[in-house]
Design a binder for this molecule. Structure first.
Ligand SMILES: C[S@@+](CC[C@H](N)C(=O)[O-])C[C@H]1O[C@@H](n2cnc3c(N)ncnc32)[C@H](O)[C@@H]1O
Length: 272
């Protein structure tokens, strides 16, 4: 059974829902992609028409179908050591914390996707701390339950591991057939949890020394971005650092955070 094509009206309804629930703006050009991805979902649910699917979505009080919908629509592209200069800067920040005799270090990865970014954060922090910061914790969150399952599994094929330097790969991953599995040591500082960045206020208390929120704000409009930035600012420690994707900017919504370099912001020590 092949579901019928998505009409302009269905697409508009799905767009509205995705915007209201996740702050994600789907442009006109994404209609074919949404159709292709949702067709599989309709088949899995044994539904013939998009109208039936939209009714099913509306009737779903648990919110579980919205999670499924976002799982099929969200773009999870990521890689180990993506935009490497952020990790070099993080390494410097952690080394400075070691010099300052910090006892703990708190990091939040706000759009963890399938885990490559949070596992990179764990490698970089632990290598830079060299066992001298006793309490390192990294919270990794994402809206997608499917992506979070991949995070927890921590299993990647060889091609994905290509961007991990050989010594780090040997130290932090165990080979299992043609795949690599994150070691217990690499997982130790990490906690994975579902969080929709549009559901404010966030439940975490912070404060975080560093927040990574990269390549997700491109899907949000100005209101959505401002919502996140206000919460990030609240959760950062004074002097804490926020890193966003290289193609993202907080221009006009930085709320007093100072720009350290493109896509890197610092919460001033005078900020509340
Ligand atoms: C393109 S990936 C970026 C992954 C990683 N941060 C990186 O830069 O490589 C975007 C991620 O944002 C997540 N996402 C989209 N909307 C979200 C929302 N409203 N709240 C939390 N995560 C969201 C998606 O599920 C996806 O995993």
């Amino acid at each position: 059974m092949n579901p019928t094509a998505i009409t302009e009206m269905h697409y508009q309804e799905i767009r509205d829902l995705v915007y209201r629930k996740a702050g994600i703006t789907l442009g006109d050009s994404r209609q074919a992609l949404v159709q292709a991805r949702l067709t599989k979902r309709l088949r899995a649910l044994d539904l013939e028409e998009f109208t039936d699917y939209i009714e099913f979505l509306r009737a779903d009080e648990s919110g579980e179908e919205i999670v499924q919908l976002l799982d099929v629509i969200a773009t999870n592209f990521t890689s180990f050591f993506r935009e490497d200069r952020h990790f070099q800067l993080l390494s410097e920040i952690v080394r400075k914390a070691v010099k300052d005799k910090a006892k703990k270090f708190r990091l939040w990865c706000a759009a963890a996707s399938t885990g490559e970014e949070p596992y990179t954060l764990s490698m970089v922090c632990q290598e830079a701390a060299d066992g001298k910061i006793p309490d390192i914790k990294i919270l990794a969150t994402d809206i997608s339950t499917k992506a979070l399952r991949a995070c927890v599994e921590g299993r990647y094929d060889e091609v994905r591991l290509n961007s991990v330097p050989e010594p780090s790969r040997r130290r932090w991953f165990r080979k299992d057939g043609s795949e690599y599995v994150a070691s217990a040591e690499l997982r130790a500082p990490l906690r994975f949890s579902r969080l929709n960045l549009m559901d404010v206020p966030y439940v975490m208390k912070g404060p975080f020394d560093v927040i990574f929120c990269r390549n997700v704000m491109i899907y949000f409009d100005r209101d959505g971005r401002a919502k996140f930035v206000a919460e990030a600012l609240r959760l950062l420690a004074p002097g804490g650092i926020l890193m966003v994707g290289s193609s993202e900017s907080l221009s006009g919504i930085s709320m007093g955070m100072e720009s350290v370099m493109p896509s890197v912001y610092r919460k001033g020590t005078a900020c509340p």
